[in-house]
Write a protein of this length. Sequence first.
Length: 183
Amino acid sequence: MGRKKRERSFLTGTLVFALSAFILSFFMNLTFERLAEAIPPAFGVPLFFIVVMFGIMSDAVGLAGTRAKEQSLLSMASRKVPGAREAVWFVRNASKVSSVFSDLAGDVAATMAGALAVALVYRTRQYVPFADWAVATSIAVGIASMLSVGGKALFKPLALKYAESIILFLGRIRRRIIRERKG
């Protein structure tokens, strides 16, 4: 494939990826906004923390995918460690894995956490009618950002240290999915 064609293919793939992020963010945010409006804060707060944790874990998986050593996983695969052969796929496709997990899932989850935090603040409006809502939503978004960024920073060394284990775990999940599809 020629250089210009590769560049065009790369740009097209990047545009499709960015558009996918927009569509995913839009529909997931809309879903979570509606959900936050419909459920009491006692359920919305745990949901907020689940979304934050999902973003942190996704970012850790994306980082582990770029850090894991193919040689280690190939060694495990030769010893017939379950999921090792499937885990090699994640390492060989590290760029895509990182983009999907870190950029797409991790960043979308952080955005959703902020939107969910704002929705929860507005949901509590009836309990504290005298509050300054611009300040309250800013605090909520700040908390969402603090937890997301801080959590990602906290888990980054763990993702780097245990990269092969994380990718092997993903390989086991991939192996199970492949087996279930085959029936």
